[in-house]
Structures are given as C-alpha cells and as structure tokens.
Design a protein around this ligand. Structure first.
Ligand SMILES: [Zn+2]
Length: 144
C-alpha cells in the first residue's frame, strides 16, 4: 500500500530492520534510510551531502530534495518527501523517467564540479604564492 506520510527519527546508527513509515536520519553519518513508500519493502538509502540529498527541517517536519526515484527497484516508485508528506509523482513514461534522471545527473555533476572547484581554490590559496597565481591565470585563460 502506498504511504502518504513519513515521520523522521533521528538516530546515530541506521537500524538493520527499518519500520515502514519512518525516515531514519543519522546526522553523524550524514545519511538517511527508509523503506520504499510503495510498501514493496525495499530499503532506500539517501546519503546527505551537497551532491546527494538535502534534508531540511521545518517545525519538526522533514523534506528531502531532490525526489526519491527508485528506478532500480521493481516498483519504479517516484515520490517527494515534503514536510513529512509523501507526494507521488504518478506513473511516468520511460521518456519522462530518463529526463528526470538526466536532470538529476546534470544537477549532481554540476554540484560535484562546484565542490571540486572550491576545493582546488582552497588548495591553491593554501599553497599560495606562485602555484596559486599560475592556477588562477590558467583558469582565466581556459575560462573555467
Ligand atoms: Zn517500492
């Protein structure tokens, strides 16, 4: 049966056996897990990082961004968790699924690129001096 709500439970370790209707959140290990909201029993793991999922809290209610797309599972469930509510994406055609996946992938790739860029800049700043100047000049020349 499709669930319409989920409640957060903050834990240090994600338990081995998950209860349906619960989103387990480990802030320490920056991950969240829940059983697929369709009721199929599959475990859905959503790492929390700038390149994966973003968890927001609002008055004790959780939202996850982006959507949960369980296309690797038989159920192919796709839903959003917004303020403890599950909103179902409804049946998507194969083409629509591919577009969402492509968009998620592009989002992720650009976030990863951004993180790498910031790390490179921090490194360059840390090593300072000549190397940093060369890197900045190169980046400007290559319009990165
Ligand atoms: Zn499912």
């Amino acid at each position: 049966m499709k669930a319409s709500a989920i409640r957060p439970e903050f834990v240090e370790f994600i338990p081995k056996l998950l209860e349906p209707g619960v989103l387990y959140v480990s802030e320490k290990y920056r991950t969240a897990s829940h059983l697929c909201a369709c009721g199929c029993g599959e475990k859905v793991v959503t790492p929390l990082s700038p390149a994966d999922w973003h968890l927001s809290m609002d008055g004790g209610k959780v939202s996850l961004h982006p959507s949960i797309g369980n296309w690797n599972y038989a159920c192919k469930s796709h839903y959003w968790i917004r303020r403890n509510a599950i909103s179902w994406a409804g049946g998507m055609s194969k083409g629509q699924i591919e577009r969402v996946q492509a968009r998620d992938f592009a989002d992720r790739a650009s976030q990863v690129a951004q993180i790498n860029r910031e790390r490179d800049e921090q490194r360059a700043a840390a090593s300072g001096g000549f190397f940093g100047r060369v890197l900045r000049t190169l980046r400007r020349l290559l319009k990165l």
